[in-house]
Each structure stands twice: as C-alpha cells, then as structure tokens.
Design a protein around this ligand. Structure first.
Ligand code: GMT
Length: 397
C-alpha cells in the first residue's frame, strides 16, 4: 500500500489491494459489493473478488479487477459441503499470494466468521490482515439473530477490525439484537448515476401504456418479507380511480401466489410479470411510481435505483427505508401493510400537479447517494482500519 498526500495534506491511499467477499447472485448486498469493487478499481485500487460464482455485474475486463472462485469440494460423507472452510482457505491463499492490504466482507453470514478464521491462519505465518465487515440487513434482522447463528455472528462482528452498516436503523438493530462491543460506522448504499440516468424509452412506455396510463413498477426477489401482495392490492385500489399499469420485475418463492392474487382480483390484463431482468434501468426509466411495501428493509437499494431514474417511491416505513425515501419529499413512507394509506398517498404522488415535484426530489436524493459521494467514505474507512490494525500490531510487538 502506498500513501500519498493530496493538496490538502490529507493522506490519500493509492494502489491499495483489497479482497472483496460477497454473494455473487441477484440481491442487494452482492450488487453493492460488486459496484464498490468496480468503483475502487476505477480509482486505481486493485480489487480481488472472492466468491463461489462470477458476480452478476462483473462481466467485463479491467486491469485492476480480479476474480477468485471458491472451490467447494464435495464428498459422499458431506450432506452439506463445508463452504465456510473452502472460503476461508481461498481467502488465506489470495491474501498471501496477492499481498492484500485488507479483506472487506459483505453480509456477515458466513463471510465474517470465515474471514476471522483466515485472519488467524495468516497470523500464524506472520501475516496480519485487517477485516472490514459490512452488515446488509437480513444477516442481522432475519437470519443472524436466529439462535442457530447468533453466537458466531456476535463473535465475528466483534472480531472484525472495522464494521459498517448500510443505515442508521441497521446499526441500531445490531446493537439491540447482539452483544456488540465494537463501533459501527454507517456508510449508506450508493448508486452509479451514470448507469441509471434516465434513458429515452418512450416507445417502450407507449407499448405498455398505449392510452397514457401511469406506470407502476416493483422489483424484488419475491420473498415474503417484500410483501408483494401489498403491491398488487394497492394497484387494485388505485386502478379504481386512475388508469394504471403494473410491471413486476424479479422472481422468487411468492411469485405463483402473486399470479393467483392477480387472477382473483381481475387485474391480470393490466399487470405483467417480467421475471429477472439484468437491465432493470430500462423499465425504471419509463415508470411513474416505484412500490416497496416491505416488512423489513435495512436500506432498500431497489428504491434507490428507481430514484436514480427519477421515479418517486411509495414505500413502507420499515427499517432504514425512511432514511432513503424522505416522507412527503421523494415519495411517502407509510405504515407497513396499511393499504388504504398507501393508496391515498400513491394517488397524491401520481396527481399531475404533484408528480414533477416528486420526480425531481427523487432524483436529487439519488444524486446525494451517487458513488462519487460514498466511495471516499469507504476509502477513508479502509485507511483508518489499516492504520488502527498496524498500530495494534506494533503495540503487540
Ligand atoms: O433484501 C434482500 O432480499 C436481499 C438483501 C441482500 O443481502 O442482498 O438485501 C439487504 O441488503 C441490501 C443492500 O445493502 C439492502 O438494500 C436491503 O434493504 C437489505 N434487505 C433487507 O434488509 C430485507
């Protein structure tokens, strides 16, 4: 790692070598990790992704980006192959041979405990590598607090050299649900506005809304926690007073049930299930309103993607969503499951007298969370964590 001074004499790290561990599939934490790695690489850092599959959004060549696949060996004795051990072993090898400065793991389970194991193994060889853990949400609120994982999650968070959370609410929940003895810094999720800036897709809008209907969009992994049924119920209510169409992007366990609900309510003609889409920005760029009625949501990256396309958000007030979707400004954040309130607020946003204001506010909020504003926060956090860990090593020596 080289440390240079900028004009303001603030140390700026260049040529840092960072290992990023994440889930590579569709899902917020993997997207954030991949986009972070790409942005760091653009800044000149060397980034090594360690995952069990090529991250979805890592499909191009860059001299600063590397991908290391975790080899998960199966054996007849294993009912479940020990992924965490294979991951820790891969972390050890990559950290050692690529001479990483820091390991940044996204989603505590099992990445933080695997990183702890890797750190201990490396220490035996005289290699000290600091670990940063970013908490994303369900690793704390849904899965992590389950007694079958809780002791290991608590331990590995406390053993991390730096911990970040994607919202103030997630930080609060982590202290409430676990016995945490370390500091947690909030670094919000971000968006690459260049990718998400509004595209001219009027022909697409015309094909979906031939009679000038307003277009509502929801994207998720169709898990129970997303309350997709509320999307369909709110749409059903709005449709009684306003010509509207609904696009549902994504797939998951609740999809069949949601298709049945549309049939029961008779909304199928105005609703389309599009399945998983890589270029979600194409759909978002023609939307008038984004719906996120989730039961739990530490941040709501999908809503930020919509806002970056100038789309206001009608959401629940779960978890960290109100930190992103400012109630009455970028949309509304209503009580979870309150269909009547959500319908009223959706109609207010969609009113032609209000819509331009909500759209402009949504985009302005997204601009605050552009990657160019958030990346320096991660770089600074890495710098602090590396310095702290080097000071600890000197003290121990
Ligand atoms: O919510 C999901 O289904 C996926 C999950 C993940 O880890 O991929 O999302 C969590 O992390 C995202 C990125 O930080 C956040 O935007 C989501 O709000 C959060 N999900 C929940 O808290 C339920």
């Amino acid at each position: 790692m080289d440390v240079n001074k900028t004009k303001s004499e603030k140390p700026k790290l260049i040529n840092m070598k960072i290992g990023i561990v994440c889930y590579p599939t569709f899902g917020g934490s993997g997207v954030v990790a991949t986009e972070l790695g790409k942005a760091l690489a653009k800044e000149g850092h060397q980034v090594h992704f360690i995952t069990y599959r090529q991250p979805t959004r890592l499909d191009f060549f860059s001299a600063n980006l590397f991908y290391h696949e975790v080899d998960i060996k199966s054996y007849p004795l294993f009912e479940h192959a020990p992924y965490e051990l294979a991951l820790a072993s891969k972390m050890v090898n990559v950290a050692k041979y690529e001479q990483l400065d820091l390991l940044h793991v996204h989603y505590a389970i099992p990445h933080a405990s695997a990183a702890y194991m890797a750190k201990q193994i490396l220490k035996e060889e005289g290699i000290y590598i600091p670990v940063v853990t970013t908490l994303h949400g369900t690793d704390i609120t849904l899965v992590g607090k389950d007694p079958s994982y809780e002791p290991v999650v608590t331990f590995s968070i406390n053993q991390s050299d730096g911990v970040t959370a994607v919202s103030e609410d997630l930080k609060r929940a982590t202290f409430e649900l676990f016995d945490i003895k370390t500091e947690i810094e909030v670094i919000p999720n971000f968006i690459d506005l260049d990718r998400f800036k509004k595209q001219k897709k009027e022909h697409f809008k015309l094909a979906i809304c031939p009679n000038g209907e307003k277009l509502l969009v929801h994207t998720s992994n169709f898990r129970k926690v997303k309350r997709v049924e509320d999307v369909i119920k709110v749409f059903f209510e709005i449709r009684k007073t306003l010509p509207v169409k609904l696009l549902l992007v994504g797939d998951g366990p609740e999809r069949d049930k949601m298709e049945r609900l549309c049939r029961e309510l008779g909304t199928c003609d105005d609703t389309r299930f599009l399945g998983k889409l890589e270029a979600v920005e194409e759909v978002l760029s023609v939307a008038d309103l984004f719906l996120m009625p989730s039961e739990k949501e530490s941040f709501g990256l999908a809503a930020l993607e919509a806002m970056a396309c100038e789309v206001p958000v009608l959401s629940s007030n779960a978890g960290g969503i109100p930190e992103l979707n400012i109630d009455g400004v970028t949309g509304y954040a209503c009580e979870i499951g309150n269909i009547e309130e959500m319908t009223k607020r959706a109609l207010e946003i969609l009113d032609d007298a209000n819509l331009p204001r909500f759209k402009a506010n949504a985009l302005a909020r997204a601009k605050e969370l552009d990657v160019s504003n958030i990346l320096p926060q991660y770089e600074e956090f890495y710098r602090k964590t590396i310095e702290k860990s080097q000071a600890n090593i000197l003290n121990l020596g």
